[in-house]
Design a protein around this ligand. Structure first.
Ligand SMILES: [Zn+2]
Length: 83
């Protein structure tokens, strides 16, 4: 007779789920494309509620100094990112 002390096991499923159950569950797993907005000044496609990465404006106001940012990224080791 074996006695297991302090050992926990995962519960075992009562019944194997059918193909229909699996496929119905996975029918909601598809990714949807996110909506985009247009930049007011340079008219590129940007994420909504975000500053434009190209010209650095948000709602018509300049919030990011793009040239300084590019220089900073170039100097740092992370300068290989494409943003
Ligand atoms: Zn822009």
């Amino acid at each position: 007779m074996l006695i297991y002390l302090n050992q926990y096991y995962m519960s075992v499923p009562v019944k194997r789920s059918t193909k229909k159950q699996t496929r119905t569950r996975r029918s909601h797993h598809a990714l949807k494309a996110t909506g985009t907005a247009k930049c007011e000044s340079c008219e590129t496609q940007i994420l909504p509620h975000k500053a434009c990465p190209k010209c650095g404006t948000y709602k018509g106001k300049k919030v990011i100094d793009v040239e300084k940012r590019a220089l900073r990224l170039k100097r740092s080791k992370k300068g290989t990112s494409k943003t």
